[in-house]
Write a protein that binds this ligand. Structure first.
Ligand SMILES: Nc1ncnc2c1ncn2[C@@H]1O[C@H](COP(=O)(O)OP(=O)(O)OP(=O)(O)O)[C@@H](O)[C@H]1O
Length: 211
């Protein structure tokens, strides 16, 4: 499970205090008003923010001092963090092996992930030549090949039209069923959450709301 134990964090004049458990294998949606602290909660789990007090555990391991790359997670963020100078395929390959030493099986996995997100023909394009939705799908494909125990997504469907939103939500559901990963996402969209059947974690004023 993913656990935040008495975590405290200050960013500017904002104070965050999180204490919660997210069950292993669950699909959990972090919801709440703008500025509530949803992305901050995700950043604490990912390791982009470090608590001033308390600890973050993932599957029983204290990861509080670990760099994001050392944590058993993959991430899809709003800005989809793709490298602009590398083509889509290479961006995805980096999710598998930072040194890019790919086997034939790795290449097959990359091709399969691209096909699954509907980008089979765009593997050789640079992110700058793709639409926002295509970039988001490429970031999703990278998370697909990594297969870490925890998948974090911040507004993963934000720049997709409603048709594609549905398809990607279905894909996420299939992935969840197949891999049993713990999936934690931030979403503002009630339709997406209903479609995903996600367990809801309410954040407000920098804390978890328990009602
Ligand atoms: N580095 C920072 N320095 C100062 N304030 C920050 C910093 N990072 C975030 N904040 C503030 O903390 C609050 C929570 O931010 P966060 O991004 O977690 O909210 P959110 O719930 O994800 O909001 P949204 O739905 O609008 O994306 C916001 O008021 C934000 O301005």
């Amino acid at each position: 499970m993913v656990e935040l134990r008495a975590v405290q964090l200050r960013l500017g004049d904002r104070h965050f205090a999180f204490d919660c458990r997210i069950e292993t294998g669950s699909m959990t949606a972090i919801v709440g008003p703008s500025g509530a602290g949803k992305s901050t909660l995700l950043n604490l789990i990912a390791g982009f923010e470090t608590p001033s007090e308390g600890a973050v555990f993932i599957d029983g391991q204290d990861v509080t001092a670990l760099h994001p790359a050392e944590r058993p997670i993959s991430i899809v963020f709003q800005d989809n963090n793709l490298f602009a100078h590398l083509d889509v395929e290479t961006n995805i390959a980096l999710g598998l092996h930072p040194a890019l030493k790919l086997t034939a099986a790795d290449r097959e996995r990359i091709a399969a992930a691209l096909t699954r997100v509907g980008l089979a023909k765009l593997g050789h394009r640079k992110p700058g030549t793709l639409s926002g939705g295509e970039r988001q799908r490429a970031a999703f494909a990278r998370a697909l090949v990594r297969r870490k125990p925890v998948l974090l997504l911040d507004e993963p469907f934000a720049s997709l039209d409603s048709d594609l939103r549905h398809k990607m939500a279905d894909l996420l559901k299939d992935l969840h069923r197949e891999t049993g990963q713990t999936i934690i996402l931030v979403s503002h969209n009630a339709d997406d959450l209903e479609q995903l059947g996600a367990t809801v974690l309410q954040v407000d004023g920098g804390q978890i709301r328990n009602d």
